[in-house]
Design a protein around this ligand. Structure first.
Ligand code: PHE
Length: 337
């Protein structure tokens, strides 16, 4: 009998199956409670001579274990085959995922940030809901200045001290509150002005403002920095020109134009046949601003500049209508990769 069991062990080892039915048949043949081979041998146990009982028991238990191991093993194989063995054509290229793209405002902001970071500027951010001091009074806005007027500024809860920032210069006041010169910071962010929405104006837009304060900072530093920026952003051939202007927080102040990036300065309908495009405001930080932020204006000077990101992106990508930025129309957004 022992020899017979050994034979069966070999048979079990060699057994192969390719369907669940075959495996089940195999299991029944050996392990079925009624008439299974293993079960039969166990019932023979009482007839086995005493001195063989031990070996018989061991070898029979091995057969039983081998059968259940084999059944589990074959089931496992079949399962993994089910996954692989489909009728799909594995050589077909996969279907592509739709990946989103960055918003043109983000692309432009990142590029501007990248250029100024190379010059040592660090990013600073601040809240969109601000108070009067950070947006106006610490920036030398006289109390009666028209920019504080309800027409431009969104006030919150009828409290004239709490408002939505109208420019990110407010962040620079926060930097001056917390840091001693030298300061070289760049503040990108969303700003709000109570303006009628049209192709050229919106009540929400984005700015990047820069501030540099140190000993001996001059207008020449400002001009050179902005020329570098214009060339990096719009191409090596770009020229700049500065026109005198007025901002409460800078003196002297200027507005900067670049030579039209579309016609190269010859004149076209984008530059209204002037050859120039206005892109930013700038100037030397007014000593009053330095003093009201605790910086000694006899030791330190500084420059500041600010630009609208929408405007830069319009020139860069040839976008004609500001409203497109806010509509989230995929036909528009998916063009920017
Ligand atoms: N803060 C100004 C604005 O919002 C821009 C500016 C910044 C002008 C710095 C001069 C210097 O229009």
């Amino acid at each position: 009998m022992i020899a017979k069991i050994k034979e069966l062990i070999e048979e079990v080892e060699k057994f192969k199956a390719s369907t669940t039915d075959e495996i089940e048949e195999f299991r029944i043949k050996y392990l079925s409670k009624k008439g299974g081979l293993v079960t039969e041998f166990f019932s023979e146990f009482k007839n086995v001579p005493k001195e063989e009982k031990k070996e018989f028991g061991q070898i029979l238990n091995k057969l039983k274990d081998d059968v259940s191991d084999k059944v589990n093993y074959l089931k496992q194989i079949l399962k993994s085959k089910d996954v692989i063995d489909t009728s799909a054509d594995l050589s077909l290229p996969g279907s592509s995922y739709k990946i989103g793209s960055r918003h043109p405002i983000s692309i432009t902001r990142n590029e501007i940030v990248d250029i100024f970071t190379r010059l040592g500027f660090v990013i600073s951010e601040g809240p969109e809901i601000e108070d009067d001091r950070h947006v106006f009074s610490a920036l030398n806005f006289p109390p009666e200045h028209p920019a504080r007027d309800m027409q431009d500024t969104f006030f919150i809860e009828k409290n004239p001290d709490i408002l939505l920032r109208t420019h990110t210069s407010s962040v620079q006041v926060r930097v001056m509150d917390n840091q001693k010169p030298p300061i070289r910071t760049l503040s990108p962010g969303r700003v709000f002005r109570n303006e009628a929405i049209s192709a050229r104006a919106h009540c929400i837009f984005h700015q990047i403002e820069g501030l540099y304060i140190d000993k001996d900072v001059s207008f020449a530093d400002l001009k050179q920095t902005l020329l570098y920026f214009a060339k990096e952003m719009f191409g090596e051939k770009t020229k700049i020109r500065l026109r005198p202007s007025y901002f409460p927080f800078t003196e002297p102040s200027a507005e900067m134009d670049i030579s039209c990036s579309l016609c190269g300065g010859k004149g076209c309908n984008v530059c209204k046949y002037t050859g120039w495009l206005e892109i930013l405001g700038c100037g030397m930080v007014d000593p009053n601003v330095l003093e009201s932020n605790g910086i000694d204006s006899n030791i330190y000077t500084g420059y500041a500049f600010g630009m609208g990101i929408e405007r830069i992106a319009m020139l860069k990508f040839g976008i004609k209508d500001l409203r497109l930025y806010f509509e989230n129309d995929l036909r528009f957004l998916s063009q920017f990769h």
